[in-house]
Design a protein around this ligand. Structure first.
Ligand code: NAD
Length: 494
């Protein structure tokens, strides 16, 4: 059985805890590997390596840190296909989608290549007579990342690229469901010239997470995952004095107004709902259809669903792969089972015609969904799109703003005034105007509001640089000895 290990202090380290977790090919249901789950002592070893590496890495010049990022950019670019096939093998998403994940992750490494510019401070000459004031940003020390199964390569890149470029050292705890890819990423970072100990991977479960949250040498924690765990990470990590950003789950709405191009809205809804089998935190899971176009939109979406080819992610031509685990498949099917009992209409039933092996659910479309039904209130995280019919803009915005999640949303309309009003009114962190999956590019920052993010800092981009550094302000004077006097007054600038 293939064994997936830790990466500590620049080399592969076997887990000795005796605890393991199975890794499956979700397209067949076969176990392909087992991952060693870290004990507290194994986490401590990774943190000790990161702590030992910090002083030298922090003192490494900005040019050299940028050079490492440039080399990493080249290595990831050259190994796109290899990384993508690792993602498909353990996550199940189709190869083209895995390639997209690598491309969006790579953007964050490219952003970090600009670290000399990004980390610049301000300088004020002559803030008082003979006194200059300037600000600098310094790294935090050892920082940790805890990441979800659904973007096993991209989400770690959201974190470690900026964290390392800022001069921190990093301990990553990836999802135990698809852990292989980060061992390869660790090798690439070493090839790029990153010194041993700067980037460490500890495979693990709650035991490893809890040790990270309490470890006194870890200064900050970035988390991406489900809302209950995000809340736990935030409360425990901040309770232990750490800086924490914890991104949670989502229920993303797409409001389609009567004046929208219905064909374009249907294309967008299908791509955004069923891409990656709906296992995206920015997936559209609810279409709010204005009454005037609702029938036509439902018909156009269901027509397009018929063209989606479902099957193993590594077979060319497939559009959608399986879900991550059997448990996940059964949970998603449960929502479809309950939908008619709760009053929804199943327009396309994804329980039918699924491949016999693996963890597949076919694209599913539910109509006449009400906001009290479980398929609306819960994050399903599968290929199930719910249509809630609304009278128009105002009811649509009211539904979105009443939802506890607030990660992404989109409006489809030809009316610029309505789109602008939507952007003004909507209480959601990332907004699309005729764009269904508005994941910000790497030079903006990613984050939701309300139950989709705990903490005040969004991830990557400028907010990422802020998160991974602390500010220091220096007030400096080179006095002329001939004018020096004793002055007990409070310093004034005028
Ligand atoms: P998850 O919360 O189950 O797991 C995330 C991480 O937390 C994993 O590393 C896991 O090992 C760890 N973990 C799980 N249970 C834990 C516990 N009880 N105590 C401590 N640690 C624990 O999430 P997942 O199923 O891997 O990923 C899917 C979820 O992530 C969805 O809710 C999705 O919306 C969310 N997500 C959010 C974003 C975002 O940017 N907001 C991005 C991607 C995924």
């Amino acid at each position: 059985m293939n064994r997936i290990n830790h990466w500590i202090d620049g080399k592969v380290v076997e887990s000795t805890s005796g605890n393991t977790s199975p890794v499956y090919d979700p397209a067949t249901g076969e176990q392909t590997a087992e991952v060693g789950l870290a004990s507290r002592a194994e986490v401590d070893a990774a943190v000790a390596a990161a702590k030992a590496a910090f002083p030298a890495w922090r003192a490494t010049s900005l040019s050299r840190r940028a050079e490492v990022m440039f080399r990493m950019r080249e290595l990831v670019d050259a190994n796109r296909k290899e990384i993508a096939s690792m993602l498909t093998a353990e996550h199940g998403k189709v190869l083209s989608d895995s390639m997209g994940e690598v491309a969006r992750g790579l953007e964050n490494i490219e952003y970090a290549c600009g670290i000399p510019q990004l980390i610049k401070g301000d300088y004020s000459e002559q803030a008082a007579s003979g006194v200059d004031v300037y600000s600098i940003r310094q790294p935090l020390g050892v920082v940790a990342g805890i990441t979800p199964f659904n973007f096993p390569a991209m989400v770690p890149m959201w974190m470690f690229a900026n964290a390392l470029a800022c001069g921190n050292t990093f301990v990553l705890k990836p999802s135990e469901k698809d852990p292989s890819v980060n061992m390869f990423v660790a090798e690439l970072l070493a090839q790029a010239g990153l010194p041993a100990g700067c980037f460490n991977v500890v495979q693990g479960d709650k035991v490893a997470v809890d040790r990270i949250l309490e470890h006194e040498d870890i200064t900050a924690v970035s988390f991406v995952g489900s809302t209950p765990i995000a809340k736990y990470i935030y409360e425990t990590g901040t309770g232990n004095g750490k800086r924490v950003q914890a991104l949670g789950g989502a229920k993303n709405h797409m409001l389609v107004l009567n004046d929208a191009d219905v064909g374009m809205a249907a294309d967008a809804a299908v791509g955004a709902a069923y891409g990656s089998a709906g296992e995206r935190c920015m997936a559209i899971s609810v279409v709010l259809a204005a009454d005037g176009i609702a029938d036509e939109l439902v018909a156009e979406i269901s027509e397009r669903i018929g063209d989606i080819k479902v099957g193993p992610g590594n077979e060319p031509g497939n559009d959608m792969g399986p879900l991550i685990t059997a448990e996940s498949r059964d949970r998603v099917r449960g929502y479809i089972d309950r939908a008619p009992e709760e009053g929804a209409t199943i327009v396309v039933d994804g329980r039918e015609g699924v491949p016999s092996d693996g963890y597949f659910v076919n694209p599913t479309l539910l109509d006449n969904v009400g906001t009290g039904m479980s398929c609306y209130t819960d994050e399903i995280f599968g290929p199930v799109l719910s249509v809630v019919r609304v009278s128009g803009y105002q009811q649509g915005i009211d539904v979105i703003n009443a939802n506890p999640y607030a990660n992404g949303t989109a409006i489809f309309t030809r009316d610029g005034g309505a789109a602008r009003q939507f952007q003004f009114d909507v209480q959601v962190g990332m907004v699309g105007v005729n764009v269904p999956v508005p994941v910000p590019v790497s030079y903006y920052s990613f984050g939701g509001w309300k139950a989709s993010l705990f903490g005040d800092t969004h991830m990557y981009g400028p907010e990422g640089i802020n998160f991974y550094t602390q500010g220091k302000v220096v007030t400096s004077r080179w006095p002329d000895p001939s004018t020096s006097t004793v002055d007990l007054g409070f310093p004034e600038t005028r």
